[in-house]
Design a protein around this ligand. Structure first.
Ligand code: MN
Ligand code: MN
Length: 317
């Protein structure tokens, strides 16, 4: 398994290439990669690959998340080199590189899922870890399949206003409201290690919660506080962040907003508290720029991505 992140840079391994120097090329100029990091093809080795997945044909309400990767990359231009809270340089403690976007079929969800799975697999052939930028939450299923191929079942830490363990919509099994039920059915999740954080808002019926409990999920709803890292232990951890876990005041640019959500401070604090977990992959989804205002949502997503990169740099080997 490609699971060991070797932080002792061996003599034959090139030093990580970081973002373009902001004191030479202003932040509003230069490459449009995530955080102005190198493209994957421009570096020899890669510890964390950033993959854009501009797919939103699985949404049940407002579309627009296909423009998420572009908006998050643009907002990431201001991210700086040193993470003081975790005392780590997320961009140079490891090689991070931008793989670009998956070209997904917007008219055929099944084909798009295959394309995303293939792209994730191909990326993981030459990069140790994956940070994906969506896209709607449908994309978590093919990403978890690719993770499973390398790490076996993972402990899922899922940030969202919604359970996303529903069965079908209009008869469709593959949507942004169903990825984790499918993942459970396919055996991609570690039993009794999956947690939802930030759940709130109206449900269809009490059966939604009964089904979810049957799949072994624990719910930390938006009124609770996550006890950092519980249930994760030494397991390989996958973090999936639906930006609608944030309150609409902090993330108006999303497709299915629900009142009463987390603040940025709460989300970033929870992520920071996970330092040391064995993070193997992560995604940030449901950023829909057409409903965003002053890039509030894209900035929030870019900072969540930064926290995730810091966690990759600080993970237990
Ligand atoms: Mn959601
Ligand atoms: Mn979701």
């Amino acid at each position: 398994m490609a699971d060991d992140l070797n932080r002792e840079t061996p003599a034959d391994r090139p030093a990580p290439v970081g973002p373009v120097d902001p004191l030479v090329v202003p932040r509003f100029a230069g490459p449009s990669t995530f955080a102005r990091l190198p493209r994957r093809e421009d570096v020899e080795v890669c510890d964390v690959a950033v993959l854009g997945i501009p797919f939103d044909s699985g949404v049940t309400y407002r579309p627009g998340a296909r423009f998420g990767p572009h908006a998050i990359r643009n907002a990431s231009r201001l991210l700086r080199a040193y993470h003081a809270g975790l005392d780590v340089h997320p961009f140079t403690a490891q090689q991070v590189a931008d793989v670009g976007d998956v070209a997904c079929n917007p008219f055929d969800i099944a084909e798009a899922i295959s394309q995303i799975e293939a792209a994730a697999d191909e990326t993981l052939d030459s990069s140790t870890h994956l940070l994906s930028l969506g896209g709607d939450h449908t994309i978590a299923l093919p990403l978890l399949r690719a993770m499973h191929r390398r790490h076996g079942p993972v402990a899922l830490l899922h940030f969202d206003a919604h359970l996303d363990t529903w069965d079908t919509y209009f008869g469709a099994a593959y949507t942004h409201g169903t990825p984790f039920r499918r993942a459970w059915e396919e055996g991609l999740l570690l039993e009794d290690r999956a947690t939802h954080v930030g759940i709130r808002g109206p449900l269809f019926s009490p059966d939604d919660l009964a089904d979810d409990a049957r799949f072994g999920f624990e719910i930390v709803d938006a009124m609770d506080v996550l006890d950092e890292g519980r249930r994760l232990g030494e397991a390989p951890v996958y973090v999936s962040i639906d930006i609608d876990v944030l309150d609409p005041g902090f993330a108006p640019g999303t497709g299915t907003p629900e009142a009463g959500g987390l603040t940025n401070r709460e989300l970033l604090g929870i992520l920071r508290g996970l330092a040391g977990v064995k993070l193997v992959g992560a995604d940030i989804v449901e950023v829909a720029p057409p409903y965003d205002t002053s890039e509030i949502t894209a900035v929030a997503a870019s900072h969540a991505a930064y926290e995730l990169l810091a966690l990759f740099a600080r993970r237990k080997i």
